[in-house]
Design a protein around this ligand. Structure first.
Ligand SMILES: *Cc1c(COP(=O)(O)O)cnc(C)c1O
Length: 359
């Protein structure tokens, strides 16, 4: 049990809930939110669940000017038995604290944060949709609130959790996408903030995404920020390749964001006797393997899509069609197994799920 108590102010004007076929991603928000405040004297305090509402912040708040902020993303799933469960929230809270450390934000109590998330999801449980593939997206985040234009860490913060019912990522079944290898812009560099889930990384990724989406690609494949040789991530997902029977993913190098899904994919593949090689991999090498007919599968991994197969890669005027632009067997098996665990239809071999129950 944690030492904090959570005050609850009920929303007396609940919203109408959207139809499950209209959800898409991040468009609707539930009736309540969790907030706690930080100051140096009291640490994290005033834990509360209150009606979902706008924030009032000083226009000089550091978050608006220097982006001292971090976030997380995880989901609550409604099972066939009508339980609601979370998938590895401990990993998300661990990562939130690693991001906090990088951004000079004080650490949060991870166990308490999981309790607070469960409490909030329990209160808004009717917002967890039940159509196949739908879920309740959970967005914990920390903002720096001190009004000060000097460049230094804020003295004060708010940790907030909001919830958003989201639609099925694949409405017509898991489906490969076209990806453009990004040669001009970079997402992150070693020594920068790529390892942290922080706003600046996403702001800097928008331009590349805007350009390639006009050319008909779903996402970019990011190369390393120094030599633009080594493969790092795909959009905001980690990336895996099956080359000549072996599964490879870029090794964590200081600029790659370590996904909870990436970690789960590696554990699951190990369990299946398919060890994953974590190593540096260049675009040049990948292209060679492709030309030799050895590139068997490529897919991204992340909370939103779970597994996103790559059907086509465009690189320096060359087009690489992978597995006939069809979902490969490994991607399919991973997708079915991981989503099966999340929705409670597959054995939870590694104890990855935790029920939302709160008295
Ligand atoms: C969130 C994120 C991922 C995936 O992480 P998951 O924990 O698997 O959702 C990968 N790359 C980037 C850049 C991300 O922001």
């Amino acid at each position: 049990m944690s030492e904090y108590t959570i005050t609850y102010i009920k929303n007396e004007n609940p919203k109408e809930k959207p139809q499950s076929d209209q959800l898409s991603f991040g468009k609707y928000f539930t009736d309540h939110m969790f907030i706690q405040d930080y100051n140096p004297e009291r640490g994290w305090h005033n834990q509360r669940i209150v009606p979902y509402q706008p924030l009032t912040l000083d226009p000089a708040a550091i978050v608006f000017h220097y982006g001292q902020t971090v976030f997380e993303g995880l989901k609550a799933y409604r099972t066939k038995r009508n339980n609601i469960q979370l998938f590895r929230p401990d990993k998300n809270m661990e990562r939130l604290n690693r991001s906090n450390d990088r951004l000079c934000i004080p650490q949060i109590d991870e166990e308490f944060a999981i309790d607070a998330i469960k409490h909030l999801v329990h209160i808004d449980q009717d917002w967890v949709p039940n159509a196949p593939g739908t879920s309740l997206y959970i967005r914990p985040f920390v903002i720096s609130t001190e009004p000060y234009l000097g460049v230094s860490p804020s003295a004060t913060y708010q940790f907030i959790v909001i919830l958003s019912p989201v639609g099925a990522y694949y409405e017509a079944g898991i489906n490969p996408v076209k990806i453009a290898v990004e040669n001009q812009f970079v997402r992150a560099v070693k020594g920068g903030t790529g390892e942290a889930k922080t706003a600046g990384n996403y702001a800097s990724s928008l331009k590349a995404q805007e350009i390639v989406s006009k050319e008909g690609y779903a996402q970019v494949l990011w190369l390393d920020g120094v030599e633009k040789k080594y493969i790092e991530e795909v959009g905001s997902m980690n990336v895996f390749f099956k080359i000549n029977g072996e599964i490879v993913t870029p090794e964590l190098n200081g600029s790659i964001l370590e996904g909870v899904t990436r970690n789960s994919v590696i554990q699951m593949l190990n369990h299946w006797g398919l060890p994953v090689k974590e190593s540096k991999i260049t675009m040049e090498e990948l292209y060679q393997h492709y030309q030799n007919g050895e590139l068997e599968e490529a897919f991204g991994s992340g909370t939103a899509a779970v597994i996103s197969p790559i059907g086509e890669l465009a690189w320096e005027g060359k087009k690489m069609v992978i597995n006939d632009s069809k979902t490969g067997p490994i991607a399919k098996r991973l997708y079915e197994t991981l989503t099966g665990i999340q929705y409670g239809t597959e054995d939870d071999l590694f104890n990855w799920t935790t029920k939302v129950s709160y008295k």
